[in-house]
Every structure is written in structure tokens, then in C-alpha cells.
Design a protein around this ligand. Sequence first.
Ligand SMILES: [Zn+2]
Length: 281
Amino acid sequence: MKTAFLAIILLLFSVSVQAQSLHIADSKVEQGGILVIQIFPQWQGPMVCISALGKQYVPNKNGYTFVGVGVDIKPNKYPVLRVECGRGVQLDRGPEYVEVLKKEFQKTRTAGRDRSNRPRKGAERNAIDRAFSETNRLVYDLTDGISYVDSLGSRDLSDPFGLIYRNNKKLGHFGVDIRVPIGTSVMSTNRGKVVLVAKNFSKEGNMIIINHGLGIFSVYMHLSKIDVNEGDLVERGQIIGLSGETGARVREPHLHFNIKINGTYVDPLNFIDIVGQYLTR
Ligand SMILES: [Zn+2]
């Protein structure tokens, strides 16, 4: 009896897996871009994941997955397929393919004196690593599928997402620098949980890291004031602090804002615009 019951469950599972299909919104994507993949129909519960660019992603409640394409991913064709979450057992007979195209990043600026040799404080590094750690990768969606918003009212960029050249060496600038007067309200880009409140870190100054679930994190640096605590649940648009110019190497007041998906930084403003087309406003 028990066996028969199990067999039926397994049959239902495999039938629904067979019936499910995968759709890639745009099969060509630039380095640093966002890949939008949908499986449908989607059911509740993270059983089916998307495997893309060597990582597994849990789709949101409407079946959408947003994959960050690293700036250093080699231009090429890569397979995308449905897998069993965790174990990674392939559920599609053959993969779909996406093509990663080379992007000429804006040379944002020539940075000043190279101070990268300066030893990084271990405690700070550890706190940041812990905030982004595997155990913080929530398989559920704290945003419940609502769209992301700008954390400031303006997009006056002093440095875009891209690359900085220093002594002919390419260095990543994995967020955007938004020029803003000190003391301007900074909003959380979406619902989430505060996983790090950093006070006076050497580079980042006062910084907040928020976990939105499904591997998506947002980062806010150089703040003059922080209004949240670690562990707080914040709403989309909630004021979490005030902008500033804290941290070494900060030349003018600005907000450095990052979005990281499953360990990959993406252009955060591009992210807000692209995923907004697939999320509830
Ligand atoms: Zn920056």
C-alpha cells in the first residue's frame, strides 16, 4: 500500500516535471548583465532549480530566476537547464543555451595611488564574508515577488558599474556610486533581512547588507547614519539610514550601492529595471 502510494507520488512528480518547460527571456546577454529564465507552470516549494553558469538558482513563486552574469565570464555559449534542487540531477533531456557577449565596460576613471597592498583587517573581511555566506542563502523569497526600487531618488552617477583602471591594471567596480548630499535618506531596495550593520569599516565606512532571499543581497556603503539593526526585517522603500562619505578613499559624498546574486555582482540599476518587468509593482 505504502509502495503504491509512493509510486503514485513519484509518477505525479515526474509527470509534472515533464510538463514543465523552461523559457529564456533573451538568449543573448552581455557580461555583467542579467539573464531572466522562467519555468512554468510553477508550483509552490523549491523542488526544481535552474542550473546556469555553474550555479543553481531557486525560482520565485512565479517561476522566475534572475541569473547574474559575471563581468569576467568568458564570452561563449552556456547550457541552462532544470535540475533537482540540491543534488542537481538533470530534469531536461537537453539544455537550452545562452550566449554571453563581450561588453566593453566604461573606463570609469583612473584610480589614485595603489593601496591594495594595505592589509585588510581580518575581522572586517570575516564579517562581510559571514553576511554573504552560504548559510544566508535563503531558498525562499523575502520579497514575495515584488519589484525592487531605487534606494535614492536620483541616479546621478559619479562612477558606473564596470572597471576602474589603475596603472593599466583592470579593477572591478562592482556597484554604482550615486552622487548625493550627506544626510540624504537611503531606502531599502526591497523587503529583506538586515544581515550586516558595519560601523566604520576601513573601506566601506558605515555599511548595511540586506538579504532579500533567493541568493539576492543589496549593499549600501559610506553612510553617515544607520537606522537598522542586524536581524531587522525591513520593507521595500523603508529608510535604513542616511548617506555620507565614511570610509577611506571616499573623495566626495556618495552612496555605493551593490546587488549581488548568488555570489555574482551585477549592475544594480540595470537589475532593478530588468527584473521589474517580471515582478509585481
Ligand atoms: Zn563605489
